[in-house]
Design a protein around this ligand. Structure first.
Ligand code: NOJ
Length: 561
């Protein structure tokens, strides 16, 4: 490979697949590998390069897989390792690579190591793999420090010792069912080294790494400095300088990179990718991307900002600038399984009011929603994001224009964020509702093969949003995603901003091709000097022309000749 040739992941379109909600082949109301396998042609036709699967390891599913009970096997309700291997092979036959979601900060409290730690004595090697500490106060009945868990409540839970007495406490960043690993412990380091190779040997080509900023922890676990008042527990974590972006984690990521680089060296032709999930300031993200840690880090800003030209431009510039210094390219994303779906987000009537925006993927603003407006903006947004240099990560269902399901009954909600915050935070179930494949409501719109209740209820009107209906409709969101992704290879080169003076306009060129998004409420007339000699490649609304770009519309034009 020459220096100028790109590696597959640098400009890839990656489809995040939430296995529990993608497709159910065995009729238990939850997705499975066979369900995924049966829809691989759909994914190929969409035009993706890789699937990133949210965790598919054995798990009690208290955080739907982000609580792993065994890192060397697959979730039995999804299938067997043989089913997994078949899925990898069938995907590869369609030129689709498989990436896994690795959760290193914590495991499930059902993990054999944690169960052994509970039975073992304080100070034992079994407990040293986690963060067990004596409590404070005369009887040790106060948590060892003041840390709060991201999903609510203290970050410590007290155990009962083998003799029945109240015992030590263990630390957990998220929920009591997700005890944090101690990454200074060599058993932990070795275990994950082996695990990476185990999955690469099965044909996995990359990993998304969960909750990267919280893995490093001060070994003495001091109290965190006080956070400003009025924040949720999750927001407070950001002020925990001893458990958030704590620098010793870099030793872990460097070690992983050595494992990966060695694997590539010993397996010629294999090119692996690691992408870090970290919400945080650019300077912190950059530290993970110095060439000897992660290959990519999500550029989340486009997903978190208001629908206004200035913040969109700033989000793009900040990500590009940040990565330019290390020669990297961003991994853009508009949706994921932790964030309210874009159709709902941008359909809120205050989506372009900076004062009303939370900028946090877990906290939702409240305002009337116009879903048609949201879908129109979502079309424009993906047209813009797909035109940027770098990789594009999609989240299942966005290609169907699904909205967030907000009116789900409380009893149906399963997200630990909802449960641990006592319903104060609505949580993320609304973006995890099983996909509608057909118009047949009796089978959960083809999600299941028979009439069984899906694990989360679907809205009554999703027949129109089903893949079956959209495949047949050239104006559908699905048809639009296919069009945009098919045209993406036409664009190449660095991004050069175009200064237009037009209101609410985001405009740039790549090798002379012009990409222009009007994110404002009024149509904009394009000056002749901007468009002369060009032709329209595509437009997110059918009534866009070379002269007039309607509101909430993105167009691509050829270079001028
Ligand atoms: C981030 C994941 O994206 C989220 O879904 C999960 O709940 C937490 N990390 C804990 O693993």
């Amino acid at each position: 490979m020459t220096k100028t040739e790109k590696l597959w992941w640098q400009e890839a379109v990656v489809y995040q697949l939430y296995p529990r909600s993608f497709a159910d082949a065995n009729g238990d109301g939850r997705g499975d590998f066979e369900g995924i396998r049966s829809h691989l042609d759909y994914l190929r036709d969409l035009g993706i390069d890789a699937i990133w699967m949210s965790p598919c390891f054995p798990s009690p599913q208290r955080d739907h897989g982000y609580d792993v009970a065994d890192y060397f096997d697959v979730e039995p309700t999804y299938g067997t390792l043989d089913d997994f291997d078949r899925l990898v092979a069938d995907a590869k036959a369609r030129k689709i690579r498989i990436m896994l979601d690795i959760v290193p900060n914590h495991c499930s409290s059902d993990h054999a190591w944690f169960q052994a730690a509970l039975k073992a004595a304080p100070g034992s090697p079994e407990r040293a793999r986690f963060w067990f500490r004596d409590g404070k106060g005369p009887n040790g009945d106060e948590p060892p420090n003041n840390w709060r868990a991201i999903f609510g409540g203290p970050a410590w839970t007290r155990v009962t010792e083998a003799d029945g007495s109240p015992g030590q406490w263990y630390e957990h960043t998220f929920t009591p069912w997700q005890p944090d690993f101690n990454w200074y412990n060599h058993d932990v380091l070795d275990y994950f080294d082996r695990m990476l190779v185990f999955w690469f040997d099965r044909g996995v080509d990359g990993i998304r790494v969960d909750a990267v900023p919280v893995l490093g922890k001060h070994p003495d676990m001091p109290d965190s400095p006080p956070a400003p008042p009025g924040l949720t527990d999750g927001q407070q974590w950001r002020y925990n300088i001893y458990g958030h972006f704590y620098p010793t984690a870099h030793d872990v990521w460097k070690r992983w990179r050595t494992v990966i680089d060695d694997y590539e060296r010993t397996h010629p032709g294999r090119h692996l990718v690691t992408i870090s999930e970290s919400y945080g300031p650019p300077e912190e993200l950059l530290r993970y991307m110095q060439g000897d840690e992660f290959h990519q880090s999500f550029a989340f800003d486009l997903m978190l900002i208001t629908w206004l030209a200035a913040p969109i431009r700033a989000a793009i510039t900040d990500s590009l600038d940040m990565l330019a210094s290390v020669g990297g390219a961003p991994a853009w994303t508009l949706n994921n399984h932790d964030t309210q779906r874009i159709v709902t987000r941008l359909g809120r009537l205050n989506a372009n009011d900076p004062a009303a925006w939370t900028g946090n993927n877990l906290l939702y603003v409240d305002a009337p929603i116009d879903l048609e407006l949201g879908r129109r903006r979502a079309r424009a947004a993906v047209t813009l994001a797909a035109a940027l240099p770098g990789a594009l990560y999609l989240y299942q269902g966005e290609e169907l224009g699904l909205e967030e399901v907000l009116d789900m009954p409380d009893q149906a909600r399963e997200d630990p964020l909802f449960i641990r915050s006592n319903g104060k935070e609505l949580g993320r179930d609304g973006c995890r509702v099983p996909l509608p494949w057909t118009t047949d409501a009796t089978t959960s719109y083809g999600f299941s093969p028979a009439p069984v209740a899906p694990w989360l209820p679907q809205p009554k009107d999703w027949a129109d949003l089903s893949a079956e209906r959209q495949v047949a409709d050239p104006q559908s969101m699905l048809a639009w995603y296919r069009t945009v992704l098919a045209h993406r290879p036409l664009l190449s080169g660095d991004l050069q901003w175009v200064d237009t003076d037009l209101p609410e306009c985001v405009a740039f060129e790549r090798d002379g091709a012009l990409i222009l998004a009007n994110v404002g409420p009024d149509a904009i007339e394009l000056p002749a000097e901007l468009v002369s000699g060009r032709s329209l490649i595509l437009a997110s609304q059918p009534d866009a022309t070379m002269q007039l770009v309607p509101s909430d519309t993105c167009v691509w034009m050829s270079p001028a000749h």
